[in-house]
Ligand binder design. Structure first.
Ligand code: VGL
Ligand code: ZN
Length: 201
């Protein structure tokens, strides 16, 4: 029997994060077959989708004179400025067509408030606004969250840390993730995950 108290959380497997996409994650497409294979082992699978309005505060384009991958200070803290990506209802925001998880039961969109980013599937970058995923998973009897997808050092790491903080047992399945690795972000992410008690599998 597949355990009912575990979920596979599939993070941001979207066209814009694939090679050739607007915010390409190197080798990002390699997670697709890995995740398809893993999904069959889980009774419960939840997907996330980065889902920004065109005027989103995380886009370098919306800050005069600023370039992608610079950082700016926002009211909630430091924000990396990204190339415009995952704009609502665009093909780049769509889930990768090769993802085959018919039994995936929910898609959680995040980053849809114009003035706040949300790397995490649980809590927006203001660190106050919940997405509702923690309550959803608790209602479904989930105790352990297995994180996979893109990118290891941003949305996967933040989601895993917040899942842990919300009281779940959490692991990150490394072979089913790929990273952006911006200024040491990947090593920092693994260090934070380890310090928080998130296991690396
Ligand atoms: C992500 C940067 C901006 C991610 C999303 O999915 O890791 N990274 N938006
Ligand atoms: Zn984003």
């Amino acid at each position: 029997m597949k355990p009912m108290d575990e979920v596979l959380l599939v993070i941001d497997v979207q066209n814009d994060f694939m090679p050739g996409g607007a915010l390409a994650v190197p080798l990002g497409d390699e997670v697709v077959p890995a995740i398809n294979a893993l999904a069959g082992k889980f009774a419960q699978v939840v997907l996330t989708q980065d889902w920004h309005p065109a005027g989103h505060v995380s886009f370098a384009n919306n800050h005069a004179g600023r370039q992608p991958f610079e950082t700016v200070a926002l009211p909630y803290g430091e924000q990396v400025l990204w190339p415009t990506h995952c704009v609502q209802e665009t093909p780049g925001a769509a889930l990768h067509a090769g993802l085959h998880i018919p039994h995936a039961q929910a898609v959680v969109r995040k980053g849809y408030h114009g003035d706040v980013d949300s790397y995490s599937a649980f809590l927006e970058a203001d660190r106050k606004t919940p997405t509702g995923l923690a309550g959803y998973l608790r209602d479904k009897g989930v105790r352990r969250v297995h994180c996979v997808g893109l990118a290891t050092d941003f949305c996967v790491a933040w989601s895993a840390l917040d899942a842990k903080a919300a009281g779940f047992d959490v692991c990150v399945i490394e072979h089913a993730c790929r990273a952006i690795d911006l200024n040491g972000s990947l090593a920092n992410a693994w260090a934070s995950l380890s310090a928080a008690g998130v296991s690396r599998e």
